[in-house]
Every structure is written in C-alpha cells, then in structure tokens.
Design a binder for this molecule. Structure first.
Ligand code: LLP
Length: 431
C-alpha cells in the first residue's frame, strides 16, 4: 500500500493499523478522519533518535502542530518528550490544556496579537520567534510590563528557493515571514534585539517551505544561517547559541513521491552544520527542527460514502462524496495530489477514470481529477490516503457542513479523539 499504516485484509477491505475501515465507518459514520497513532509515534521516534544519534541529543524536535492540533495530539507529543511549535493563541491554549512543558514550546507567527503574546509570556513559553521589528518592540514592552526576560529567536529568510508549490514556499525574499538577509534587514534586527532590555536573543530560525523532497536546499540554508551567525559574532562579539531549521520534509501522497527518510534529512543537515561549524570555528548550536506534515500526514486517511455518480458522456464521470473542500481544501487550494481507493473493493483493479467531487456548493469543490478507481456503486466507501496533515487542521464549516470526528488507532484499538460536530455545535454561537 502507499503508506505503512495501510493493509488490505482477508475480506479485501482497506485496513488501517490492523482495523477494517468498514468496521470504523459502521461504528462512527462518514466522513471520518482516521489516524494511526502507532505510526505517528514511530515518526516522532525516528526524528528524536536522529538527533540523539547524529547530534548527541543536543537539540529538540518541536512538532509543528499547525499540521494537526488537538488535545490528544499535544498529549502524544508531550509523551514522546518532544517540543511543540504553536502559531496561534488557539494552538497554545490546546497545548496548555494538556500541561505541555512551557519551556519546550516555540511560538511562531507573522502577526501575533498583543493578547497572544501576553498569553505566551504568562505561560512562560520557551522561545518566541520574532518575525518583524514591530513585534520585537511590542514584545520588549510586554516583557517589561510582566517583569520577565523572554527568550527570542529571529525568523530569517535565508533566500533559499525550495522547489515546492508557490503558496508553501517561505524562504525567499518575497515572503511575508521574517527578516531578509540580503537587504541587511536581518542584521539590523539582530542589532535591535541586542539593544532591548527584556529580550534575550537565544537563536535564529528559518523555514524554507513545505513538502520538500530535496535535502540540498536545507543543507544550503543551514550553511547560510551559520555563516550569518558567524557574521553576528564578528560584528557584535555576541554568539547566537541556537539554530532552528524549521520543518518542510515531504511525504508520500502518490506513488511517484519518493521522500528520503526523515533520519536522512536530519543526518545530512547535521553533517553540513558540523562541517560549517568546524570550518568557521563556531561551537555547535543547539539544534531545533519543526516537522509537521511528516509526523502526521501519512498516518491519516479520510473515509467517505459515495453518493451521486454523474456520467457526462465523452467528458467525465463525477463521483460525489459526503464531504469535500470543507474537510480537505488542499486540492482546491494547491491542486494537491492524493491516492484514492474504494475501501470495500480495495483488492479490485482500478479501471475507471473519474473525478471526485465534494458536496459543497462550489464547482471548485473537487478532491481529485482524472483519478483511476475501481468500479463503484452508490454507498461504497471511498478512502483518501495521507490526509493526516493540514486536512482536519484546515477544515471549515462552509455551507454549515459538520466537521467530521477524528479517530485514532493504537495497538489495533480505535478511540475517538475529536468528536464530530453536531448541528447544535454549528449554531452554538449564533445569537
Ligand atoms: N515551521 C514553520 C515556521 C512553518 O511555517 C511550518 C509550516 C512548519 C514548521 C511545518 O512544516 P511541515 O513540516 O509541515 O512542512 N497548509 C499547507 C502547508 C503550510 C505549511 C505552513 N508552515 C499544506 O496543506 O500543504
């Protein structure tokens, strides 16, 4: 199967983590998000082990929770002794609810509100990643008011062009995130940080983009960042002690995707860091990575019931499902590729070319075009693979559709981690 979590069982049905998907749809209904917790934990361990094996454990894996955040997920990350990257008050609030150790929280965002910053200061968040000068000044003031010294990292645009979709590239100069190196803006931000009274410049951060398969741009970016750290040492006699290389490691959505192992990503970037530090006689920095997609993406699937089938002669056949862009907007946004199968006919051959449509009132509500699929009948179960990252997280109530429940499978047992919404939930805040 396309991902490690999936099997075809003796009935010819798709199974995840050893559980028949049809058992799950019968128990919980559709649409349904299902995640393999064993796989999530395995992914966590492979990153943590890589830091331990290749960098003597002198670092932290901070799961980028924007990929999938809920109490259970924050609990898993806490349990795996990792750090967490949050990017809003809501993500921080959720991490707080499970008692996530504050010092292991990294707080991101290009426009954190004063209230979000106050929340982070009060909770004692370990590192706030400052994105711009306005924020630097605001945070300095808020820290003074709270009578606290705050550890900050500066978000730097290293000018590396990662080969991925335009909307998820972030390392280049024309990006809303961070300080550019080549314009001198980054050096200026360092100078201003060093002049603040209540902020401690602990490190630098960069994130070059997402769903990247090449290791080379990461290595290149790490070299640029270290060179910059050396320039800072030279200019101000100040040593920046931490380097955060962000996330962005690609996953398998379709069989043509062939990402290197996460261990290799980490290993190769570390090799570059070690060589550069040696050459420049710079002490090895405390190293942070922020993988999101690669922790949860392949571990998740979405299950739908197939409804209307519309054949337009000589044009296409639309297969409609009982969800769509409201639970997975990624095709509408990025033309993202997915692998599909009919869960109750998983061992049959895919002989039909179809287009998978959602149920939203929008022509662009498509999950995949020209997809090869088994023969289908109304009432069959459609499975979409690798939907663990940025699907639930980006879901909406467009058309007042309900957000589906999220199930996790561990040791071949299923449990509900996010309840599906009800119509009462939908009107809860209506006055
Ligand atoms: N760190 C920072 C600062 C980030 O901005 C991101 C992702 C990550 C880490 C995690 O990157 P990952 O390992 O998940 O690639 N909604 C888009 C993806 C947006 C990524 C935003 N930042 C999608 O569905 O493809």
């Amino acid at each position: 199967m396309i991902t490690e979590s999936l099997q075809i069982n003796e009935k010819g049905h798709l199974a995840i983590g050893g559980i028949d998907t049809l058992f799950l749809t019968e128990k919980y209904g559709t649409p349904l998000y299902v995640m393999d917790e064993d796989q999530i934990r395995k992914n966590c361990k492979s990153y943590v082990n890589a830091i331990n094996d290749y960098y003597d454990g002198y670092g932290m894996i901070a799961y980028a929770s924007k990929a999938f955040n809920c109490k259970a997920m924050c609990g898993i990350i806490k349990d795996e002794n990792m750090g967490i990257d949050v990017v809003s008050g809501g993500e921080l609030y959720t991490a707080k609810l499970v008692g996530f150790p504050a010092e292991k929280i990294v707080f991101h965002g290009n426009n954190k509100t004063p209230n979000e910053l106050i929340m982070a200061i009060e909770y004692g968040v370990g590192r706030i990643v400052v994105d711009n000068i306005f924020e630097l000044k605001l945070l300095d003031k808020l820290a003074a008011a709270a009578n606290k010294k705050i550890n900050i990292m500066l978000r730097i645009k290293p000018g590396v062009d990662a080969h991925t979709h335009d909307f998820i590239r972030t390392g280049q100069i024309d990006s809303k995130f961070g300080f550019a190196l080549e314009t001198g803006e980054a050096m200026d931000a360092v100078e201003q940080s060093l002049k603040t009274e209540n902020l401690n410049l602990s490190g630098l951060h960069c994130h070059i983009g997402s769903q990247i398969f090449d290791i080379e741009p990461f290595c290149h970016a790490s070299e640029i960042m270290l060179n910059f750290m050396c320039d800072i040492r030279e200019k101000f006699g100040f040593t920046v002690k931490e380097l955060n290389m962000g996330g962005g490691f690609g996953i398998k959505y379709i069989k043509e995707n062939d990402p290197p192992s996460y261990t290799n990503f980490v290993k190769d970037i570390i090799a570059t860091i070690k060589t550069t530090c040696k050459k420049k006689q710079f002490d090895l920095p405390f190293l942070i990575f922020e993988p999101g997609r690669s922790i949860v993406g392949e571990a998740g699937i979405t299950l739908y019931t197939i409804g209307a089938i519309k054949e337009i002669p000589n044009i296409r056949t639309y297969i409609s499902v009982d969800g769509g862009m409201c639970d997975n907007p990624r095709y509408a946004l990025y033309k993202a590729d997915y692998t599909f199968t009919v869960a109750n006919r998983a061992n049959e051959e895919k002989t039909n070319k179809v287009t998978i449509a959602g149920k939203c009132c929008e022509s662009g509500d498509i999950l995949g075009e020209n997809i090869m699929l088994q023969n289908v009948e109304i009432g069959d179960t459609l499975a979409v693979m690798s939907t663990g990252a940025y699907n639930y997280a980006m879901s909406s109530n467009y058309n007042r559709n309900l957000t589906p429940p999220v199930i996790m499978i561990k040791d071949s047992k299923d449990r509900i981690v996010i309840k599906g919404q009800t119509y009462e939930d939908i009107v809860r805040n209506d006055i």
